[in-house]
Design a protein around this ligand. Structure first.
Ligand code: BYC
Length: 330
């Protein structure tokens, strides 16, 4: 049965917030304390977290679709089992984060309605198609790899429930990344056709993976506030650079290339410098006009309708159980 989410101690409007309250809140964050659901928080902090956490939860759930597409076509039983487990893990991540978002006083059903109505964002990366089996390894390596870089830092975010969800999620994402890299490395050592297939997958997923970190800091309207409140601990550009620095040696180790003629190692900064990102493409995709946006939302809407009877049955069962335990309330 749907339970009412707890109501955090927020003011109804930002106008009711006193400088003392905000000052005490910001000192706690500066002291490295986490903010917990029953603590007072500025309304703006609560809204920012709902925005970011719900987008993250939606990304996990929509992220099951491109990979789920290959479960029936995995080349071996071992690969099929690995992929099934990974896709199930993503569903679990979505659930933890939806639960975490509910501690901010919003109902999961409302968040899912926003997604299905096309009013909520989810990660741009899941609007690209999975064209070959090599895409599955490449997603594990690059997409989960990018996610880990972002989420390892989010495990230190100032909001306790989100930080704790990230600790477990990162452990699983690490496993996904290793599994993906092993698949890519196996194909890289395979036949010329397998090598061509995996290189093609990397060529298609590299730039969208860099876009996962969001716009450059100077064009990121939310970053300054999120950094001030310790929701983000690093900017989008720093995390993107960290991902690039980690990934290039991994590509070199298995003899594959990344599709960027401008890539070079900068001895002065110890960074791999990369070419310009196509931000027009990024904004097109997050604006709903990527290659698979329509297909992804349709698949979620269909799954939601197909699962309606399960939700109703679960609610009816929970109500029956509750009536047995508390017959007076029935
Ligand atoms: N895609 O001010 P900014 C996974 C939006 S799932 C779409 O920098 P912020 C996995 C942004 O929302 C990984 N939209 O925003 C699952 C904002 O729009 P609104 C998902 C994006 O929040 C299955 C606008 O652009 N991870 O790993 O400061 C299988 C301006 O951006 C994107 C998370 O969700 C994007 N890539 O920073 C495998 C992590 N980038 O809301 C793997 C949690 C930006 O103002 N989220 N936008 O209309 C974050 O860390 C941050 O929200 C972001 C963006 C770094 C993504």
């Amino acid at each position: 049965m749907a339970t009412k989410p707890p109501t955090p101690a927020v003011s109804e409007t930002a106008a009711e917030e006193s400088p003392d309250q905000t000052g005490a809140f910001e000192s706690r964050i500066a002291d490295g304390q986490t903010i917990e659901p029953k603590d007072w928080m500025p309304e703006r902090y609560r809204r920012q977290l709902i925005r970011m956490m719900s987008q993250h939860a939606h990304s996990e759930v929509v992220g099951m679709l491109p990979e789920g597409n290959w479960i029936t076509r995995a080349p071996t039983l071992r690969r099929k089992m690995g992929l099934l487990a990974k896709v199930q893990d993503e569903a679990g991540h979505g659930l933890y984060i939806y639960c975490g978002t509910e501690t901010l006083g919003i109902d999961r059903a409302e968040l899912i309605d926003q997604l299905l109505a096309g009013r909520a964002k989810y990660s741009s990366i899941f609007n690209y198609p999975t064209l070959s089996w090599a895409d599955i390894g490449t997603i594990g390596w690059l997409v989960d790899g990018a996610a880990i870089v972002n989420q390892t830092i989010l495990a230190k975010t100032s909001y306790g429930p989100y930080a704790r969800a990230m600790v477990r999620i990162c452990k699983e994402e690490n496993f996904h990344k290793r599994q993906g890299y092993e698949m890519v490395a196996t194909l890289a050592q395979g036949t010329p056709a397998q090598r061509t297939m995996v290189q093609d997958a990397i060529n298609r997923w590299w730039w969208p993976s860099l876009m996962m970190f969001g716009p450059s800091d100077k064009d990121s309207p939310n970053s300054a506030e999120l950094l001030k409140w310790g929701v983000k601990r690093k900017g989008n550009d720093e995390l993107r650079q960290r991902f690039v620095n980690l990934t290039i040696p991994q590509a070199q180790a298995i003899g594959l290339t990344l599709p960027d003629p401008d890539l070079h190692y900068d001895e002065a900064t110890n960074n791999w410098t990369f070419g310009p990102i196509d931000w027009d493409e990024f904004y097109r995709v997050i604006g709903g006009h990527g290659p698979c946006n329509h297909e992804r939302l349709q698949a979620r809407r269909h799954a939601h309708e197909a699962g309606r009877w399960v939700r109703e049955a679960a609610e009816a069962y929970a109500a029956k159980q509750a009536a047995r335990v508390h017959p007076e309330a029935a």
